[in-house]
Design a protein around this ligand. Structure first.
Ligand code: SF4
Length: 352
């Protein structure tokens, strides 16, 4: 199987061009076609010499995946199920809201964190995605957009723990940010983590700095370890300290995510405890009523309980937003489409 060309950094592609008797600037031209002009094949790159296009096609694939399913929600959300070269699957989502076109992308096949409300972690982690496989989700979703639409934001919140794949995540973020590639401002890119303190410190060294979201889901270690089992070996204190250091170093306010699970972490006392953790921090919290996931026991609380939770936080001076559910009619919960696909035999290839 040929390697995806998007596994190469700008410098690696420039070196490859030189090996083929071409000037390094050809790499910039190739990248403009891939990231900016939405081509689907090397032969569409009209300003690239024919011999170089042939060499590219002999050595590389333009895409790292094939589209297996494409779901469109009534609210404009679109979701792709992608197949990788080794038969693994992953999913990525495009969300539309006003002028924003946000894509949510995955960094691993499966996930080792085991959050109890998430379909992606049900079978553990299989492997990390390569840079090309992570970028491919952005490329595929970019090609779903209309001619006048552009991706405005990227959230690394799909399948997998992004900071567990930092080696491939960092060059991916760089490519998203580079003017000669995707050209997306770092402020428009958010990395979400369950909280791996050493890796958060690594990410804090990046320039420009990206937004960081930390998934808390509980206000104390006992409950958090039930919901996010990996917490047992880390603990809230170390995570909050690493988040504070991220803010100190980058100046970026950290967002905290809290998936609200009925009769688990949705009591008023939980909101009070959460407020006591966050009210002295320059923090914002996103409360996310759980998306239903078929094989899992948990579900979202009723709306009045969600409102009570949120009002308690607000009353105690915490900045809080309730995240709207997107694509409720298309298996929008993390990992759900992939799970349903892998439990059935109805593989339909829509696009290659
Ligand atoms: S919520 Fe995120 S970190 Fe937790 S199991 Fe799912 S993919 Fe992994």
């Amino acid at each position: 199987m040929l390697r995806p060309v998007t596994d190469l950094s700008r410098a690696e592609l420039a070196a490859w061009c030189e090996e083929h008797g071409q000037q390094p600037y050809r790499a910039d031209q190739i990248r403009r076609w891939i990231f900016g002009k939405r081509v689907d094949a090397f032969e569409e790159m009209h300003d690239i010499p024919a011999a170089l296009r042939t060499a590219l096609a002999e050595e590389f694939r333009l895409f790292a995946s094939t589209v297996v399913r494409h779901q469109v929600s009534r609210d404009g959300t679109e979701k792709l199920l992608l197949a990788l070269h080794d038969g693994e699957h992953l999913e990525c989502v495009l969300m539309r809201e006003d002028d924003r076109r946000t894509v949510c992308i995955s960094t691993q096949v499966g996930c080792a964190m085991g959050c109890v409300f998430c379909a992606s972690g049900l079978e553990g982690v299989t492997r990390n995605l390569s840079m090309g496989e992570i970028l491919d989700q952005v490329l595929r979703l970019d090609r779903v957009l209309g001619p006048d639409e552009r991706i405005t934001n990227v959230v690394v919140m799909g399948m997998g723990e992004p900071l567990a794949n930092l080696k491939n995540l960092l060059p991916t973020l760089k490519t998203l940010n580079e003017k000669g590639a995707f050209g997306l401002g770092a402020r428009r890119v958010t990395v979400s983590t369950v909280g791996l303190p050493d890796r958060m410190a690594e990410l804090a060294k990046e320039k420009p700095a990206y937004n960081l979201a930390v998934s808390l889901h509980a206000p104390n270690d006992e409950l958090r370890t039930q919901i996010v089992p990996v917490n047992k070996s880390i603990g809230l204190e170390a995570i909050l300290q690493a988040a504070d250091e991220y803010f100190d170093k980058t100046g970026r306010r950290v967002t905290y995510e809290y998936v609200l699970l009925a009769e688990t972490n949705d009591r008023t006392e939980h909101a009070r405890e959460l407020a006591s953790l966050l009210q002295k921090r320059n923090a914002h919290i996103n409360v996310i009523p759980m998306n239903p996931v078929a094989p899992l026991d948990h579900h979202a609380p009723a709306m009045p309980r969600t409102q009570q939770f949120v009002e308690t936080l607000r009353g105690l001076g915490v900045n809080v937003t309730v995240r709207k559910r997107k694509g409720a009619d298309i298996d929008a919960a993390c990992g759900q489409l992939r799970l349903r696909h892998e439990q059935s035999d109805d593989l339909v290839t829509l696009e290659t």
